[in-house]
Design a protein around this ligand. Structure first.
Ligand SMILES: Cc1cc2nc3c(=O)[nH]c(=O)nc-3n(C[C@H](O)[C@H](O)[C@H](O)COP(=O)(O)OP(=O)(O)OC[C@H]3O[C@@H](n4cnc5c(N)ncnc54)[C@H](O)[C@@H]3O)c2cc1C
Length: 338
């Protein structure tokens, strides 16, 4: 691996980085994708593989897992290397080349870099009440949806009122599970159609405006003590599993420590209309990039990926010319196994 020179190195194997890898392959560039975890998929694989994604073109709905499988198949069609378990621990620019340090000891060089690191590494916002540590250790309190293929539990409670909680609850009812939805307000901050779906389901019981006062993990379920926030009345419900749906916080500590620093906008890399950062040759896409009006959606990253790749080519090889439409590409030349 050491010191190999690439045209473009993509840092991060979430949906944005994966599509950038495929698109760079269509342009027959020498590329590598570097991913810190053992697998592709970023937030989609880590946080919501079972959720149905409704806001992507061409798919009426597709689970996170299926989307990432399809992206992986697509990027395997082109000639590009992928390095897993490889965290980029430092990034420097020396003369006109970027030096990428991996896991503190290996190095790659590249003419340009596309950063697709999302918002860094994710951890859930925890439910913190008496009994929650015990329930988490015993597995009755979790923060991700279960693998439905092996899921015997029938009744669930979900706590939270934003997109995470509402998406989780909808996914559970799609799998025929009963859901008690607990939220401290009377309305939800989530996609309107998702909220309507919940409100029309017979499988959902709403506990509003209520907060969890304590948890009691038991051998046959979890007992949840709820306090009504209007009249302070206490009631108890019991379910097989409680799922925390308060969302996730991201940490970009490793990326913030890179030697190369580029301008930030709202704690992310500020990018221009070519997806270029304040450092020439350093492009940023997906959730890692920010500009006024940015929407943190998978579809946004899919659009930014070709822009960044084409801008990178213009940066390191201005004579090469602009992109062609894929209709004029020769599949035999572009696809490795065609
Ligand atoms: C619960 C939830 C539900 C969502 N639902 C939807 C939805 O329905 N529709 C939608 O469009 N969007 C949804 N989103 C948002 C969507 O998941 C993100 O916009 C999308 O994942 C961003 O993709 P990305 O490739 O930019 O980053 P990410 O998916 O965050 O991937 C970044 C990758 O970079 C890697 N990485 C980070 N740092 C390094 C490093 N130093 N070295 C190497 N690799 C590194 C990470 O391991 C990760 O794999 C949801 C998000 C959440 C949390």
């Amino acid at each position: 691996m050491d010191n190999e020179l690439f045209d473009i190195i993509i840092i991060g194997g979430g949906p944005a980085g994966m599509f950038a890898q495929y698109y760079a392959g269509l342009r027959e560039l020498k590329t590598a994708l570097i991913e810190a975890t053992p697998r592709f998929g970023g937030q989609v694989s880590a946080l919501y593989p079972e959720k149905k994604i409704l806001d992507l073109p061409t798919f009426i709905n597709i689970t996170g897992r299926d989307l990432i499988d399809k992206l992986a198949k697509q990027s395997q069609l082109v000639d590009s290397k992928s390095f897993f378990n490889s965290q980029v621990t430092d990034l420097q620019k020396k003369d006109d080349l970027f030096e990428i340090e991996i896991n503190h000891h290996a190095y790659l060089r590249s003419k340009s870099v596309v950063v697709a690191t999302g918002s860094g590494s994710f951890s859930p916002r925890r439910v913190s009440v008496p009994g929650s540590d015990n329930a988490e250790q015993g597995g009755r309190l979790r923060y991700l949806l279960p693998d439905f293929k092996n899921c015997r539990e029938k009744s669930f409670a979900v706590v939270g009122g934003g997109n995470t909680a509402v998406d989780y609850a909808n996914e559970l009812i799609d799998h025929g599970k009963k859901v008690s939805l607990i939220h401290r307000r009377e309305n939800f901050r989530a996609l309107e159609s998702s909220v309507s779906k919940l409100e029309n389901s017979e499988l959902v019981s709403f506990y509003l405006p209520k907060r969890i006062a304590s948890l009691d993990q038991q051998s046959d379920g979890i007992s949840i003590e709820l306090e009504d926030l209007k009249d302070q009345n206490i009631e108890k419900i019991k379910v097989d599993q409680l799922i925390g749906g308060y969302g996730f916080t991201a940490s970009s500590a490793i990326i913030d420590a890179w030697s190369l620093s580029a301008k930030k906008y709202r704690y992310r890399f500020a990018t221009d209309s070519k997806q270029m950062s304040s450092v020439p040759g350093l492009f940023v896409i997906g959730d890692a990039s920010a500009y006024p009006g940015k929407a943190d959606l998978i579809a946004t990253g899919f659009g930014e990926a070709p822009t960044a790749i084409n801008s990178a080519v213009e940066y390191f090889d201005p004579d090469r010319g602009g992109p062609q439409h894929s209709t004029s590409l020769d599949p035999k030349k572009v696809f490795t196994d065609d």
